[in-house]
Design a protein. Structure first.
Length: 321
């Protein structure tokens, strides 16, 4: 059986590993992968450039069920399901933690529901409601999808991305207000932005958002600040937060529970299911965001994402061939 592993610093390999075998746990399912999706920020910075090897990688997968455990009653062999699974050919998974993929939705589209869920948690927890002005900085796959989601929900959205190819992708996905810089180019938004969704991980973008939001506006940090990129002092951000009454907070996806439960209006599972419905009805576009590759090309894919030589901002692995 094949599985993608990071085997050394900046080295990805498709490795042979033992298949799941033996009796299946009563509450689990055994799956055969169809498509898995790369999360470039996390996988590159935490895994591909990690410190301890080998590292298992991947966290979004669409697969077909081959076998179900004795206690699984709502799923059957042949069902296509979404999971937080890895880049691996076959695997066992908790049946309660998968979501059936809607009929008619292609696996290579359904996997994007995982990245959509990240900003949907922000949508759930934001104080601002439509038709408030939302600023999204960083239009990689997560930021692009975030901007589309907030547009779909009735917000007035401005996207900011210095990379020309990503701006082109954003326009191709239907975003109408896409700009290259949040300083001078967004002067018209000062004191109007209710919510800034920061997806780049760049401290300058966070400062810009603090300067643009209206009083008591929110700046939500979705992008991970993997490394220092400027010579900014913390005082510059703290000054804006204090004097402009900014709510600066983490965009922690898991602020809402994984599964629906009493006294909680939202869940990760509900968001993923909703995201797949939006993907199926075509109101969220993904085609410009990622190309499909063979798992055997994994090293070239991760290297290309790191060096920005791939033609798209993320990549998918097709396990069906």
């Amino acid at each position: 059986m094949r599985k993608i592993l990071f085997t050394a610093y900046e080295r990805a390999e498709l490795c042979d590993v033992p298949e799941p075998h033996g009796n299946l746990d009563p509450g689990k399912i055994r799956c055969r992968s169809e498509v898995s999706l790369v999360s470039p920020g996390t996988e590159l910075n935490w895994g591909f450039r990690g410190k301890t090897f080998p590292i298992h990688t991947g966290y979004t997968n669409v697969s077909v069920i081959e076998e179900v455990g004795a206690e699984v009653t709502d799923l059957k062999p042949g069902d296509t399901v979404f999971s937080h699974g890895a880049h691996v050919e076959k695997f066992d998974f908790d049946a309660k933690k998968v979501i059936r993929v809607p009929e008619g939705l292609k696996p290579e589209v359904a996997v994007y529901a995982r990245l959509m869920g990240i900003s949907m948690s922000t949508l759930n927890t934001a104080a601002a409601h439509p038709p408030s002005v939302v600023l999204v900085t960083g239009l990689g796959p997560i930021g692009n999808l975030a901007a589309q989601i907030f547009c779909r929900c009735g917000y007035s959205v401005t996207g900011v991305e210095p990379d020309a190819s990503r701006r082109k992708d954003a326009l191709a996905c239907g975003l109408q207000d896409v700009r290259a810089n949040a300083d001078e180019a967004c002067a018209d938004l000062k004191d109007k932005v209710a919510l800034h969704v920061e997806c780049s991980g760049h401290e300058q973008a966070s400062l810009q958002g603090c300067r643009l939001v209206r009083k008591r506006g929110e700046v939500v940090l979705l992008g991970v600040p993997w490394k220092r990129l400027t010579d900014l002092y913390a005082h510059e951000i703290l000054h804006e937060v204090f004097h402009r009454f900014v709510v600066l907070r983490s965009g922690w996806e898991w602020e809402i529970p994984l599964d629906p439960r009493d006294f909680s209006f939202y869940s990760i599972a509900d968001n993923v299911a909703c995201a797949m419905e939006w993907l199926r009805d075509g109101s969220i576009q993904t085609e410009p965001l990622g190309s499909v590759y063979s798992p055997a090309d994994c090293h070239r894919v991760y290297e290309g994402l790191l060096n920005k030589t791939l033609s798209t901002s993320t990549a998918l692995f097709d396990w069906r061939h």
